[in-house]
Write a protein that binds this ligand. Structure first.
Ligand code: FPP
Ligand code: MG
Length: 319
């Protein structure tokens, strides 16, 4: 269904979107369909639907819609972050230019709305998706505001994580539960589960940007430091009154993007404060809270076990 939604786009924007998904090359040669990514959001929509004893079919539109929004947001995010690599391939803006990537992102976003509009219960589901996108945008906006390093705080970095990543995971869970027939109250518990999961996910993402392997993550290493973003490990490291924290503040006070040497030094300083482990600890705490919300929703045990192991997998991942 994801593929058919993209196939329904007008030809030029369809071509650009397919390049982003890695379905074909610029000359139209089809690529191996085994090049799949994590698809966390669709998995959450389907599993939360099962958790309320709904048929997986009932969450199919939700699963596709959240994946389309996610990809729309990645297209725009890579432009905003000036990151030229995504999933181990050139980001669409780097391959085809910024206008192409903006337009492909716009097309995917509206294809997502269309997907829910064409499915049952649109009056209830579309507002949930639209509200999540506003949260996502606010989170991303807050994220770019942290690039100057001023007003850095862990609370702020967590708010960014909850917005730019938690919002859509929350939405996937709420839509999945609603699709499966959950009451709005019960769907809210799944929503809270997803939001915490997303916050944990972003904690790990921030750690991987600093210590992940570029060939494994498929994304540019250290790019958050280059643009002096106050991500969660940076905020945690800056919080203490340590020589490392002071040195980090000094590095972030410059106005130019950090060079390679400065990035490596900043990463060492962060590591020395223990902020890497502390951030991963925060991720595990968010997962634990997520699982408390899940338990309160009284989920089907099989789906619940799968949701819990998905949560643990997300924290232990290397890409
Ligand atoms: C990634 O953060 C952030 C997002 C995927 C959210 C981006 C949100 C927007 C651009 C606004 C919404 C726009 C639309 C069209 C729906 P990151 O940079 O930390 O992650 P990364 O390492 O994967 O790039
Ligand atoms: Mg980014």
């Amino acid at each position: 269904m994801l593929r058919s939604r993209v196939d329904a786009l007008p030809p030029h924007v369809r071509h650009a979107a397919g390049l982003h998904f890695g379905w074909w090359t610029d000359d139209g040669t089809a690529l191996d369909a085994s090049d799949v990514h994590k698809a966390v959001r669709p998995a959450l929509a389907l599993l939360t639907c099962q958790a309320v004893l709904g048929e997986p079919q009932a969450a199919k539109a939700a699963a596709v819609a959240v994946e389309l929004v996610h990809n729309a947001s990645l297209l725009h995010d890579d432009i905003i972050d000036h990151d030229p690599l995504r999933r181990g391939r050139p980001a669409l803006w780097a391959a085809k230019g910024v206008p192409a990537a903006i337009l492909a992102g716009d097309a995917l976003f509206f294809a997502a709305v269309q997907t829910l509009t064409d499915a049952p219960n649109a009056g209830r589901t579309v507002p949930v998706l639209l509200a999540a996108v506003q949260d996502l945008i606010e989170g991303e906006y807050l994220d770019i505001l942290t690039e100057t390093g001023t007003r850095a705080s862990e609370d702020r970095a967590m708010a960014v994580a909850a917005g730019k990543t938690g919002a859509l995971l929350a939405c996937a869970c709420e839509l999945g539960a609603l699709g499966g027939g959950a009451t709005p109250e019960r769907a809210q518990l799944y929503r809270r589960f997803g939001r915490r999961l997303g916050t944990a996910y972003q904690c790990v993402d921030d750690v991987l940007n600093l210590w992940g392997e570029e060939p494994v993550t498929g994304k540019p290493a250290l790019s958050d430091l280059r643009s002096r973003k106050v991500t969660i490990p940076v905020a945690v490291a800056m919080a203490g009154n340590t020589p490392q924290a002071r040195a980090l503040h000094t590095l972030y006070r410059t106005s130019a993007p950090l060079g390679e040497e400065d990035c490596l030094r900043a990463r060492d300083l962060i590591e020395q404060t223990g902020a890497r482990d502390a951030t991963l600890r925060r991720a595990r705490q968010h997962i634990a809270t997520a699982l408390e919300h899940l338990a309160r929703a009284d989920p089907d045990p099989v789906a619940s076990a799968e949701l819990a192991s998905l949560g643990h997998l997300l924290v232990g991942r290397d890409h």
